[in-house]
Design a protein around this ligand. Structure first.
Ligand SMILES: Nc1ncnc2c1ncn2[C@@H]1O[C@H](COP(=O)(O)OP(=O)(O)OP(=O)(O)O)[C@@H](O)[C@H]1O
Ligand SMILES: [Mg+2]
Length: 281
């Protein structure tokens, strides 16, 4: 059984004319790392919210088609049932903070309380999530005294502590410096290798090319492509969708360096090095 099946998903926000999602259909396997890309307003956040049920349970409006998550139909299930399976890291980390907890540790515990996790099971899960995101030293800090980057790490940690089978992250590294973003990608990749299904909306194309198993390209609410990074970023029409391919793909394309077996361009430093070695032989 597929982990996620989306069929003909359409959605229009209340009081708007145009569909924000125009009939999306795709499937995701357990443990895949999926990157969602597309220019501003292409529908990435709306899709993230539809995968965890905020669309249509919180955001009303017009909804059609279906989203199945691990045997649960998101449009019909209760939001607390969906929350047992899917965790969402919001685009804006301020949105994620409860506002009622005095420390980072308590903030992480709050999410687990809502899931009904027993008190004695909370501490190890919280410690592990804080360690993964490198925020252990802020455990006693008030969440609102954190920097944007620290708050973003806390928001991610609070969802990871919930140990969802599926994690949806909406631009989770937007406030982080380059090393911080790299750390987060590595932490998420490690979770994906252990079987967590990861769906991440991101503008950081180089990282998406390196970490994603498949890339879903959205444009004006439509799915333009859903394929391997090599397939998606080797397309000739990316400019039309406001997507700039990874720099290694651009250089290799300019120099005519491609994988002889597939005809596709290298996306990462490692792939480019492999092809350059072959190219000179
Ligand atoms: N709360 C809302 N009410 C009405 N329309 C909305 C709302 N949120 C988003 N939209 C509209 O839905 C469409 C998709 O927006 P969405 O936020 O999903 O795009 P995005 O790809 O996440 O953009 P960004 O890269 O800027 O985060 C846009 O036309 C946007 O104006
Ligand atoms: Mg968005």
């Amino acid at each position: 059984m597929k982990k996620i099946t989306v069929s003909g998903l359409k959605y229009r926000y209340p009081l708007t004319e145009e569909l924000a999602l125009k009939g999306l259909s795709f499937e995701i396997e357990k443990g895949e790392f999926i990157g969602i890309i597309g220019q501003n307003l292409s529908g990435k956040s709306t899709l993230c919210q539809a995968l965890m049920g905020l669309v249509p349970h919180f955001y009303k409006g017009g909804y059609g088609g279906s989203v199945w998550v691990d045997g649960l139909e998101v449009g019909k299930a209760e939001i607390h049932e969906i929350a047992q399976k899917v965790g969402l890291v919001f685009q804006n980390p301020f949105t994620q903070v409860s506002g009622s907890k005095m420390t980072v540790f308590e903030e992480l515990a709050f999410g687990l309380e809502n899931l009904g996790v027993a008190r004695e099971d909370m501490a190890p899960r919280i410690e592990h999530a804080m360690e993964l995101l490198g925020i252990g030293r802020f455990r006693d800090r008030n969440p609102f005294d954190l920097s944007g980057g620290q708050m973003q790490r806390m928001a991610i940690a609070s969802v990871i502590a919930m140990e969802p089978e599926i994690i949806v992250l909406d631009e989770p590294t937007s406030q982080l410096d380059p090393q911080g973003a790299e750390d987060v990608f590595q932490a998420i990749e490690a979770l994906s290798r252990r079987g967590m299904t990861v769906i991440m909306a991101e503008h950081k194309i180089e990282k998406i090319a390196r970490y994603s198993d498949r890339v879903l390209l959205l444009h004006q609410g439509e799915m333009v492509a859903f394929d391997t990074p090599q397939q998606v970023f080797s397309r000739d029409d990316l400019e039309r969708y406001g997507v700039v391919p990874p720099v290694f793909a651009q250089v290799c394309k300019g120099m005519g360096i491609r994988n002889p077996a597939t005809g596709l361009y290298p996306m990462t430093l490692d792939e480019a090095c492999d092809q350059v070695v072959n190219w000179h032989e």
